[in-house]
Structures are given as C-alpha cells and as structure tokens.
Design a protein around this ligand. Structure first.
Ligand SMILES: NC(=O)c1ccc[n+]([C@@H]2O[C@H](COP(=O)([O-])OP(=O)(O)OC[C@H]3O[C@@H](n4cnc5c(N)ncnc54)[C@H](O)[C@@H]3O)[C@@H](O)[C@H]2O)c1
Length: 246
C-alpha cells in the first residue's frame, strides 16, 4: 500500500473526484478526512470507509472552518484542495457577483487550504495537491471566470512550492489538470440540455484517447503525488486529460 500511515484531508470530498480520491486513498492505507459543505453525502461516504475515514464540515471560504478542521488532526501529511464550482459564461454574460463567487471558492478556498496546510505540515513535511483544470492552462470563450480562477490556482501552486522548498519545510505542492471527467457535475449539465448524446459526443471528441476521464484516473495521479515516490516533485502541473491539451 502506497499511502500507509499517512493522513490526508480532501476538500470537496463528498462527491465526484474528491470521493474517488477518498476511496482510493483508504485502499492505499491512508486515513482520510473528508471535508465538504455537503454533510449528508460526506457523512455517508465516511461511514462507508470507516474506521479509516471521518467527515468534517468545512466551507473552504471560511478561515474559522479551516482552523477547526486542521486542529483536530494529529499529523497531517496531505491536503488536497479539490472543492470547486464551475461558472459558465463569457465576459459579456458573467456578472461581478458570479465572478466573485467563483473566485471565492476556487481561489480563496485554495489559498486558505495552502496556508493551513503549510502551518500544519512545516515541522514534518507533506504534500499539497491543488485541483486546477485543463481550463487553468487553456482558455475557452465561455469560461471567463473559471479560466481565471483555475489559472490563478496553477501559478499560486508554484509560488507555494517555491516558498516551501526555499524554507526547507519538506512540503511539496503540485497541481492536477483534469480534462473532462465523468462526475455528478457532468450529469447535471447533460440533464439540462436538449441534446445530451450530442454534447457527450462533443466532450469525447476533444480527447484524442477516445473517451472522457473517470474519477479513478485523477485519483491515481493524486496517490502518486501524495506518496513518497513523488518526493522530488514540486511546483509541477500534471495534465490528466486524455491528450486533449496536445
Ligand atoms: N469533473 C471535471 O470534468 C473536472 C475537470 C477539471 C477540473 N475539475 C475540478 O475538480 C474539482 C472537483 O470537481 P467534481 O467534478 O468532482 O465536482 P463535484 O461537483 O462532483 O464535487 C465538488 C464538491 O465540492 C464541494 N464544494 C463546493 N463548494 C464548497 C465549499 N465552499 N467548501 C467545501 N466544499 C465545497 C461540493 O459540495 C462537492 O461535493 C473541482 O475543483 C473542479 O473544478 C473537474
């Protein structure tokens, strides 16, 4: 088992990629703190994975929630800043309120996650994994807020990595950039469009590998980055996107 004895906190752990990472981390021997605002699903997953997992209510935008969540952990080895939302719309459509909301969760949430992770891990080292996106590297017209937020995560990750490396903390910080991955977020989109088969086929078409991703594809990368196998890896962008960024 590649994560034996390690403790990881995963934000947005109640659903989608976060839930897949929680399951895989437990299978690899880790103890997992599932952190989310979706209490029913988070508690159900923690019960499924008990005694290796527990649930904590954590709104990533609230500093007091971070303080409380981290305080309850003896030795924290990994923080995965995964919670996020997707605001669709171009520069003419997205309102200031929507833009601020996107940045509050996807950027301020990651900033606070990195801040509390560094404070908790600086004496013994660890791994911070920030969930960016292919949209944090490559822009599309109708994702102005999401592109901006995920690009901020991409470079914030490198700044944190540099600081930790120069400070000799033994903390690594990397970002993952998924392509389109089949999670509940996509089902919600497909339920809203008149032509779901066509939309799904369009997603598949932009991935040269011939399919969209599975949450397990992302969980596998997160295991590597959390493990000691990655101990020379920091400040890097990991694209798990079926070749869609080629
Ligand atoms: N699914 C994809 O295709 C895809 C592609 C690239 C990047 N991502 C990124 O991966 C991450 C996870 O996405 P997903 O597809 O699993 O989505 P999801 O909607 O299934 O899960 C997101 C989780 O974040 C939680 N969350 C939302 N706001 C929160 C807050 N303020 N505090 C704490 N938790 C909060 C939600 O309750 C939910 O459980 C996101 O950052 C997303 O941008 C997803």
């Amino acid at each position: 088992m590649r994560l034996n004895g390690k403790t990881a906190l995963i934000t947005g752990g109640s659903s989608g990629l976060g839930a897949a990472m929680a399951r895989r981390f437990v299978a690899e021997g880790a103890n997992v703190v599932i952190a989310d605002i979706d209490d029913p699903n988070g508690e159900a997953l923690a019960a499924e994975l008990a005694p290796k997992a527990r649930y904590v209510h954590l709104d990533v935008t609230q500093e007091a929630d971070w303080a409380r969540a981290v305080e309850g952990i003896d030795t924290l080895d990994c923080v995965i800043n995964n919670a996020g939302i997707t605001t669709a719309g171009n520069i003419e459509q997205v309102t200031l309120e929507q833009f601020r909301h996107e940045f509050d969760i996807d950027v301020v949430g990651v900033f606070l996650g990195c801040k509390y992770a560094v404070a908790a891990m600086k004496n013994h080292g660890g791994s911070i994994i920030n969930m960016s996106s292919l949209a944090g590297i490559k822009a599309t017209a109708d994702l102005v807020a999401y592109n901006g937020a995920k690009a901020a995560v991409t470079l914030m990750t490198k700044s944190v990595a540099m600081h930790c490396a120069k400070s000799g903390y033994g903390i690594r910080c990397n970002s993952i950039h998924p392509g389109v991955i089949h999670t509940p977020i996509l089902d919600k989109v497909l339920a809203q469009v008149p032509n779901p088969d066509e939309v799904y086929a369009g997603w598949v078409a932009v991935h040269p590998i011939g399919r969209i991703g599975k949450p397990e594809d992302i969980a596998a990368m997160a295991v590597y980055l959390a493990s000691d196998e990655a101990n020379f890896t920091t400040g890097a962008e990991f694209r798990v996107d079926g070749g869609s960024s080629i």
